[in-house]
Design a protein around this ligand. Sequence first.
Ligand SMILES: [Zn+2]
Length: 105
Amino acid sequence: MKPMQCGSCHQEFRNTEVRERKFNYYGYDMRCPKCGSWLAPDNRSVMLRGVGFLLWVVGLVIVYFMSESESQNSSYVIAAGFFSLVGMALFAASYKASQLTPKKT
Ligand SMILES: [Zn+2]
């Protein structure tokens, strides 16, 4: 895995070096092993992650119910499957795009 960069001291560190984490609704905040400041992902990537996850789940649910029903319309199933994949890609991209910003405590 690619090292992360601290938004406070700008030093790079790896996920395995992080000793303290605080879990919350969007993932977790972590403490920089170099300078000890608490870091959170930036708002934009947190939003991207939320939107991606929602699309992913909603797409999957639609595909599931449509393929269960008798009067299935395959083009809707394909469209929903496509949205689900886009959501999954956004979700994954949000981890790559995220920047760690120092958190005020
Ligand atoms: Zn730091």
